[in-house]
Write a protein that binds this ligand. Structure first.
Ligand code: MG
Length: 361
């Protein structure tokens, strides 16, 4: 099986902030949202400042921690640029999140994969000033384990021999997707490592983990786990979000933010070769009153508007989608627009452009 890459930006939000504060690179830095740490750089992690932690706890552990708000617009622009870079160097890219992806570079062997991985890392740093760790492995799990081992700012290969060893010695806790409940049940059966699966009766495994997880775990044990990088062109919805409040910029109006989000999401749809049949805009509230009931970015939905077009339409003209959005937004109450703190724009009903008869447009 040819190797694939798992590319994962290091402490992404913090890395985006550090682009404009290079002097802080070796100092502990955290990006915070609603009183929680969203992302901390490696110097901060060395001081036990971790994502998901309350800011008050983080400051107790590290009083000199430098803190920044999430620069949402810059985060999305950088993530887009990162995926442009992935797309330019690969036959297929399957996003895991906004800043990590499985990348199939068409490498025939480990040496070719390492060359491609090193080049990807070099470009991400040179063009975007974002450290990206890359793992090389023959399946998604192996590539992901490799990128985890590569962090921070590194490149790691799990070769065929290491892989054979891992398929028996890997703790099941390290298999991504295995939750706490499954872990406890496996422990109850005496399963801590993949090799322990061999001595458990299949029906007991099914009882404990269910069909899907049992199949997955046994697949990993015997080496038939998922190794296919599926490109984003299979997606039916693509979204972009942003905040009204400015970070190193003036506050945006709802109209400006909707337009920015639509431009970003159109760009992604075009890159993936997708046409859309609908547009959804969600306005969320971020008022001080609402802030007390929200945690980690969960805000109250003020309004949702939807527009549809009669035939699948390519996203090469964002102004068309913006006209549709404006028509729908005009019908909202002034209060809903005034209270909006963030916007999410989604293109919906996506399907491959290639599958649509050209006469339709
Ligand atoms: Mg990451």
């Amino acid at each position: 099986m040819p190797p694939i890459l798992h590319a994962d930006a290091d402490s992404f939000f913090a890395s985006v902030v550090l682009r404009s504060h290079p002097a802080l690179r070796s100092a502990p830095v955290a990006v915070v949202v609603h009183g929680f740490v969203a992302s901390s750089n490696y110097p901060a992690r060395a001081r036990d400042v971790m994502g998901g932690m309350r800011v008050t706890d983080a400051l107790r552990r590290c009083p000199e921690l430098a803190m920044f708000d999430v620069p949402q617009g810059e985060v999305e622009e950088t993530a887009d640029a990162l995926f442009d870079l992935f797309a330019a160097s690969a036959a297929a890219v399957e996003p895991g999140s906004m800043e990590e992806a499985f990348v199939d570079v068409g490498a025939a062997d480990d040496r070719a994969a390492v060359r491609a991985a090193a080049e990807l890392r070099r470009l991400a740093w040179q063009e975007l000033r974002i450290p990206v760790s890359v793992g090389v492995g023959r399946t998604k799990l192996m590539a992901k384990l490799a990128s985890r081992a590569a962090k921070p700012d590194g490149l790691h290969v799990i070769d065929a021999e290491t892989e054979r060893g891992l398929r028996s010695t890997l703790p099941v806790a390290k298999v991504w997707g295995v939750g706490r409940q499954t872990l406890e049940r496996l422990e109850g059966l005496g399963v801590r490592r993949l090799a322990d699966l061999d001595v458990v009766l299949p029906e007991r495994l099914l009882d404990a983990c269910g069909t899907m997880m049992t199949r997955r775990l046994l697949g990993i044990r015997d080496g038939s786990d998922d190794a296919t990088v599926r490109p984003v062109s299979g997606r039916t919805v693509l979204s972009s979000e942003g905040a009204i409040a400015g970070y190193a910029r003036r506050d945006w109006t709802v109209d400006e933010l909707v337009e920015t989000c639509i431009r970003r999401v159109c760009k992604r749809a075009m890159r993936a070769g997708l046409a859309a049949t609908g547009l959804t805009i969600v306005l969320r509230g971020e008022t001080a009153e609402l802030a007390t009931v929200q945690a980690m970015g969960k805000a109250v939905v003020l309004a949702t508007v939807k527009a549809v077009v009669p035939t699948p339409t390519p996203a090469d003209d964002p102004s068309l989608w913006m006209r549709l959005a404006r028509a729908e937004l005009a019908a909202l109450s002034e209060q809903a627009v005034a209270d909006a703190g963030s916007v999410k724009a989604s293109l919906t009903g996506l399907r491959p452009l290639a599958g649509i008869p050209p006469t339709l447009f």
